[in-house]
Design a protein around this ligand. Structure first.
Ligand code: ADP
Ligand code: MG
Length: 328
């Protein structure tokens, strides 16, 4: 089997502010493989963005890495000095953020912003970079590239800005793209186009894509591998087919049940009842206990369950009482 290009191992991150502590990421591990899409999926507040931002060390100053590693080609990005990390940013590993407008410089035409990533990493004249920028904008489906290049972000739609962001992220042909809810702010048609664009990159260039989303519809459409996050922990992970066919964790099961169905049979069931816990302490027990329809005494009496491979299964789950196919 191929080696992962990014391997996150035992990552724990806490935010510390004057008022509070938040254990946002708690002993998280996952692997991202070349040419594959890994989706991190979970409700808002489950630690997806924190996990994604930690890879390029873009976390807010109040974040502390309590432990773990982010291995890229065998080197730990968390232990690397800035001098070595900087050339990787944008060039080998690129990010696409949720809010395309905030991700772009408001006072610079977008063509110049695309050109800038080229001149900052490559030996290339400004003029050639401007020319290449037009090609890049065309490549992300912006037909009227000349006009778009001269525009400022506020003159473009959200979808167009997101395409520009993807153009910037892909300009240097990175090995890895981390896309944090890249389509959440966009309408459904544009969402489909942007996802298609990412999928093309994976197919044609073998880019590894880590796609963060709260939407299992996006997972079903895009993922090869899935890591389901709840309360800062990965509670289930594995291949997308396996997981859609036979989700093991009651939380994953609940998320899938909230997906709209063609017959409208689950109209009332758009959310899992209850709230995720406050993360002011690391979870000593399974964090899903208060919302879990399958909780047992063993869950309340034991430490937080670890990700394990149940016998006869092909994917990992952190649960003392997983759901077996026969029950569904
Ligand atoms: N800068 C910050 N300071 C304090 N807490 C934060 C900060 N950023 C995120 N958090 C908290 O960390 C937890 C995880 O947040 P986040 O990683 O953004 O989750 P997600 O992307 O899954 O919505 C949440 O409880 C959130 O409120
Ligand atoms: Mg987020």
């Amino acid at each position: 089997m191929t080696e992962p290009i990014i391997s996150v191992r035992g990552l724990s991150i806490r935010y510390r502010t004057k008022e509070s502590r938040v254990y946002a990421v708690d002993d998280v591990s996952f692997d991202l493989f070349p040419g594959q899409v890994l989706t991190l999926v979970g409700e808002s507040g489950s630690g997806k963005t924190t996990a994604g931002m930690s890879i390029l060390r873009l976390l807010a100053p109040e974040a502390e890495v309590l432990g773990g590693q982010v291995l890229f080609e065998g080197r730990d990005l968390l232990a690397m000095d800035d001098k070595h990390l900087r050339p990787l940013r944008g060039r080998r590993i690129a990010m696409v953020f949720q809010d395309p407008v905030a991700g772009l410089n408001p006072v610079l035409p977008v063509g110049s912003q695309v050109a800038e990533i080229l001149t900052s990493h490559l030996e290339i004249s400004k003029k050639d970079a401007q020319k290449q920028a037009l090609q890049i904008l065309k490549g992300v489906g912006l037909a009227d590239a000349e006009r778009v290049a001269k525009s400022y972000p506020f003159q473009l739609s959200g979808g167009m800005c997101q395409r520009v962001m993807i153009g910037i992220a892909t300009a240097l042909n990175p090995d890895v793209i981390i896309a944090d809810e890249p389509t959440s702010a966009l309408d459904v048609t544009i969402q489909a186009q942007i996802l298609h664009q990412l999928d093309q990159l994976r197919k044609t260039r073998g880019t590894a894509i880590m796609l963060i989303t709260h939407d299992f519809g996006v997972v079903a459409q895009m993922a090869d591998q899935v890591a389901v996050m709840y309360a800062g922990r990965v509670v289930e992970s594995g291949g997308v087919m396996e997981m859609l066919k036979a989700p093991l964790h009651p939380y994953t099961h609940g998320l899938l049940a909230t997906l709209p169905r063609v017959d409208g049979a689950n109209e009332h069931l758009r959310q899992i009842p209850g709230q995720p816990p406050e993360l002011t302490e690391p979870s000593e027990r399974c964090p899903f206990i208060p919302r879990c329809p399958k909780v047992l005494n063993v869950c309340r009496a034991s430490g937080a369950p670890k990700l394990e491979l149940p016998e006869g299964r092909a994917h990992l789950v952190a649960c003392y009482n997983p759901i077996w196919q026969a029950e569904r």
